[in-house]
Design a protein. Structure first.
Length: 312
C-alpha cells in the first residue's frame, strides 16, 4: 500500500520538475502501486546505491574553500525526500534542509560568500518559495551565486534564479519554468488484478484525486487552479531574482522549455557560461575585493551588484 499512498500524494501535489525525470518517478510508482514490477525494477537497489554513492562523492568535493561555502543542490527536491529517493535515481534533497543551511551560512562570520552547486531536475513545489526567500535573506548579508552544474531545471532553476549571479557550465542547461500536477486513474488495472478499493470518507471533495478512482471535471478544475497559483509564484520569484518584468519571464524564458548555456545567457536567464572551478576562483576574488575595498557584501542595488560581480 505504500506506493499507492505515494501515488496519491503525487496526485495531490504540484510539481516543478523536468518532464523526463517526473516520468521515471511516475512509472515506477505506478508499477509498484498496482503490484506489477517489470524487469527494469530488478537492478533498482543497485542503481540506488550507485547514485547515492555518487551524490555523497559530490558532497565531499563541495567543501568550503577560502571562505566560500559551497551548498550542493542535487537530485529531486522534495519535503518527503526519503520517499522520493525510493523511486528516483540520483538521490534527493530537502527544501527545508536547504533553507536551514542558507540561514545558518548567512550568519556564519567565517563564510564570506555562498555558492550553490546545482545539478537537479527540480521537484515538488512544497517548500520552494520558502527556500527561495532564504536565499534572498542570505543575499542581503553576503554574496550568493549559483552554478548550474550541469542542470538547473524547474524548482532548481527557481532557486538558482534567486542568486545574484547564475553561471551555467558549457554543457549544462537550465529552465523548465512551469508547474504541473498528475493524476493516474489505475482503477482498471486494479480491477484486472481482482482488487476493488472502497473509500469511506466525510466531506464531498475528500480524496477526489485518489488514483484508484477517475478524476472528475470539477476536481480537475480545482487542481488546475492550484497549479496556476504555484506557477504565478514561480514566475514572480524568477522575475524578482533576474531583475526583469514578470511578462519577460512568461513570454521569453521558454514557457517550460530547457535551454543550453549560451542561449540561456542570451535570453537573460543566466549571467555567464563557466565551470564550477572557474566560478569558485572568481567568487574568491570578488569577496576578497569586497573585504579589502570596504564595500558591504550585500550593498548596492541588484543591477549594480551584478555589473560589479561580472567584472570579478
Amino acid at each position: 500500500m505504500r506506493y499507492l499512498h505515494l501515488l496519491s500524494w503525487v496526485a495531490g501535489s504540484a510539481w516543478a520538475i523536468e518532464a523526463t525525470k517526473a516520468q521515471v518517478i511516475l512509472d515506477v510508482l505506478l508499477r509498484r502501486a498496482i503490484g506489477a514490477p517489470s524487469a527494469d525494477d530488478t537492478p533498482w537497489d543497485d542503481d540506488q546505491q550507485e547514485s547515492r554513492a555518487a551524490a555523497r562523492a559530490e558532497r565531499r568535493k563541495s567543501e568550503p574553500q577560502e571562505g566560500i561555502a559551497i551548498v550542493p543542490v542535487m537530485g529531486v527536491i522534495s519535503p518527503r525526500v526519503r520517499d522520493v529517493e525510493g523511486v528516483s535515481t540520483g538521490g534527493g534533497m530537502s527544501a527545508e534542509g536547504f533553507a536551514a543551511a542558507m540561514r545558518q551560512l548567512a550568519g556564519d562570520t567565517n563564510v564570506s560568500g555562498i555558492l550553490l552547486d546545482i545539478n537537479s531536475p527540480g521537484g515538488n513545489v512544497y517548500g520552494i518559495p520558502e527556500a527561495a526567500e532564504a536565499v534572498r535573506e542570505a543575499r542581503s548579508a553576503k554574496p550568493v551565486w549559483a552554478v548550474a552544474h550541469h542542470q538547473a531545471a524547474s524548482a532548481a532553476y527557481w532557486l538558482a534564479s534567486t542568486a545574484e549571479q547564475l553561471v551555467v557550465t558549457p554543457s549544462g542547461e537550465i529552465g523548465s519554468i512551469g508547474v504541473y500536477s498528475y493524476h493516474e486513474d489505475i482503477s482498471k488495472a486494479l480491477e484486472m488484478q481482482g482488487r476493488k478499493p472502497t473509500l469511506i470518507k466525510a466531506g464531498p471533495n475528500k480524496a477526489e484525486g485518489h488514483p484508484a478512482f477517475p478524476l472528475g471535471e470539477e476536481a480537475a478544475a480545482h487542481v488546475q487552479a492550484r497549479v496556476d497559483d504555484y506557477y504565478a509564484m514561480f514566475v514572480r520569484d524568477v522575475a524578482k531574482g533576474r531583475g526583469v518584468p514578470v511578462a519577460t519571464v512568461r513570454d521569453s524564458f521558454g514557457g517550460g522549455r530547457m535551454f543550453g548555456a549560451q542561449e540561456a545567457v542570451r535570453l537573460g536567464m543566466a549571467d555567464r557560461v563557466g565551470t564550477l572551478d572557474d566560478t569558485i576562483r572568481r567568487m574568491q576574488r570578488a569577496v576578497g575585493k569586497q573585504r579589502t575595498g570596504g564595500e558591504a557584501s550585500g550593498g548596492g542595488d541588484l543591477a549594480t551588484r551584478r555589473r560589479r560581480l561580472a567584472l570579478a
